[in-house]
Write a protein of this length. Structure first.
Lengths: 307, 297
């Protein structure tokens, strides 16, 4: 302890255990880290045996503590914090309103920061129903942020990587992909790139990527992108990162989208509904029309079978 | 009966646990500890308080009750900035009573947060308040008045309003605000058409409150659609949506989205989505697809 307080004023074993509890509540911590922290911050020597004894005492006092074993570097972790805050219904409503506004407006980095902040706070929320509403980040849900940050870094360098992907169609599989970009579309995050396993540009849902297995030798693929120009009625809409406005009048807005995947471009155009005025690319136009015909056939077929 | 085997560290932790849970008077503390077999006097409690303070806890006495706060929330720079932006968004865009509610939450949070984080937070928020280019500042100048006017009528029991937008009067139930980087809209249920629609706040010229309360019949009919193929498993429910899953499809009911936006979104799902009911929405959707096919693009 830096300041010298006499044993009459303070209990040194009491100080030791509360300080240790404080460290545990900040996050998983190993014996070595505890010893180092005590020594550096408090000039207090604590032994392995004392740590063991204090952990045992904390458990006896009702704290749930587990040892994360080899996979978790033998760190100690408090599994349920006794420190809780109660969020009132009206507070939750305000938090949700502002969070939703921020999700619409802020950039990805700030949203990730907000998510990790909410995740930290969520450890202290008492009621499970409140917790679920508090943590409802829509498309950001289920994304491993550490993995996403790593993917952002690798994507900027266009690295060729081997990913473990949980495909909605075929389950878990390994995918080699030379990363091109991360994009937000249709309320979801996607990773795109060139893969020997797919024709054209592969598009993977970020929340379905489980792991980066390894970084591979570069494929040295040239990423082919084409510019698709289309026109929509001038209304209040959000541009995607890969879109720019070429011309804007009171009636219509001409937009150029950098497209590396026809399917996603068609989806984007469909999302404008009847506000779409013109598509300048004949291939995309044909694919767009074909999708509409297939949709109409689905309804016609249903109605015929209903009759 | 006193348990002589209990160590000092055990007693300190028990005291800490008790006072984190709720503020207590000294006699309540003593009797609470006695129930645990811990028999100590006021002087020892006072020594334990000094111990707790020394170990980083805030021990406070308010109205005769002792309370312990344990600052254990450690925010990094990015998270602190995110929280400051959050408060700024609320202060700039919401009415004062909403900011006051957030403030109560922030006070609770600050009790858990390390003091150096709190200081950093104060610095960031004061910088943001001066930043004329921060996104909320611009929106605030343009929309705050209208948001303040409409806000009291949104909530658990929303109330009817007459909005005059682009020269037209319409009776609506305001549901929630939709924020964009450059504009703010209000999502409301148009009572005449029975549909949810989004109205840009710029277009609203006048707002009048109706003395009538809303009834369930005033709200728009929900749209129910079926999702199949991979979308069945990959779909993330949007706010206000409910769903039931069967073997081959996911049935989703949506009652909170602007109808036009919803139909456009469902169009994007291609053949993996089919509107089931109401019949009116299904027919409108088919009509839209037919129009788009025949449209000379």
């Amino acid at each position: 302890m830096n300041e010298t307080l006499s044993p009459l004023q303070i209990s040194s074993t009491g100080f030791r255990i509360v300080y240790l509890l404080n460290l545990l509540l900040l996050g998983p911590v190993s014996k070595e880290e505890i010893i180092k922290y005590f020594l550096e911050k408090e000039n207090f020597k604590i032994t392995n045996e004392e740590i063991k004894l204090d952990i045992k005492t904390l458990k006896n006092a009702g704290f749930l503590i587990e040892n994360l074993r080899k996979s978790g570097d033998f760190k100690y972790k408090i599994t349920e914090s006794p420190i809780k805050i109660h969020i009132l219904k009206k507070e939750l409503k305000v938090l949700k309103t502002i969070r939703n506004a921020i999700l619409e407006v802020e950039n990805r980095e700030n949203i990730i920061n907000l998510y990790t902040l909410f995740e930290k706070i969520s450890n202290f929320i008492q009621n499970e129903e409140t917790l679920n509403e508090f943590m409802d980040f829509g498309y950001f849900l289920n994304i491993d942020f550490k993995l996403l940050i790593e993917l952002e870094r690798l994507t900027k360098a266009h690295k060729n990587v081997l990913l473990l992907y949980n495909s909605p169609n075929s389950g878990k599989k390994e995918i080699e992909i030379e990363l091109k970009e991360i994009k937000y579309n249709n309320s979801k995050l996607y990773i795109t790139g060139k893969s020997p396993m797919y024709k054209g540009i592969a598009v993977l849902r970020a929340d379905k990527i489980l792991k980066i297995i390894k970084i591979l030798k570069p494929l040295n693929e040239i990423f082919e992108t084409k510019n698709v120009v289309f026109e929509v009625l001038t209304k209040d809409f959000k541009l995607l990162e890969e879109e720019i406005i070429l011309e804007k009048t009171e009636e219509t807005t001409k937009i150029r989208i950098k497209s590396d995947n026809d399917f996603m471009t068609v989806q984007r155009l469909l999302a404008f509904g009847e506000d779409l005025v013109k598509i300048y690319d004949p291939v995309i136009k044909a694919k767009y029309k074909q999708t509409l015909i297939e949709i109409l056939n689905l309804y016609k077929k249903e109605e015929q079978s209903g009759k | 009966m006193a348990n002589k085997n209990l160590t000092t560290s055990y007693k300190v932790v028990k005291l800490l646990k008790m006072l984190i849970k709720e503020p207590l008077r000294m006699p309540e503390i003593l009797s609470g500890l006695e129930k645990e077999g811990i028999f100590i006097n006021k002087e020892t409690i006072s020594k334990y308080f000094t111990t707790l303070r020394r170990a980083g806890c805030k021990v406070q006495k308010q109205r005769g009750k002792y309370h312990v706060q344990f600052p254990i929330l450690n925010l990094n720079e990015g998270e602190t900035k995110a929280l400051a932006s959050f408060q700024m968004a609320c202060e700039s865009l919401m009415p004062k009573r909403t900011s006051d509610i957030l403030y109560i939450f922030l006070i609770k949070l600050s009790a858990l947060t390390l003091s150096e984080n709190v200081e950093n937070y104060k610095r960031i928020i004061s910088e943001l308040r001066k930043d004329e280019n921060f996104w909320t500042t611009k929106l605030s100048k343009k929309y705050k008045k209208k948001i303040e006017l409409i806000s009291p009528y949104i909530g658990e029991n929303p109330q009817k309003l007459i909005l005059t937008a682009s020269g037209k009067n319409m009776t609506v139930i305001p549901l929630n605000f939709i924020f964009n980087k450059t504009s703010v809209s209000i999502l409301c249920c148009n009572i005449k058409t029975g549909k949810n629609q989004k109205i840009l706040l710029d277009k609203i010229e006048e707002i009048k409150h109706l003395p009538e309360k809303t009834s369930l019949l005033d709200f728009a009919l929900s749209t129910t659609f079926k999702l199949t193929n991979r979308l069945k498993d990959a779909y993330t429910l949007k706010e206000g949506e409910t769903a039931s899953l069967d073997k081959n499809s996911l049935i989703v009911t949506n009652n909170r989205q602007d109808k036009e936006e919803l139909l456009n979104r469902l169009l994007r799902y291609g053949t993996s989505c089919e509107i089931l009911y109401p019949k009116n929405d299904r027919e409108k959707f088919i009509k839209m697809v037919e129009n788009l096919i025949s449209k000379k693009l």
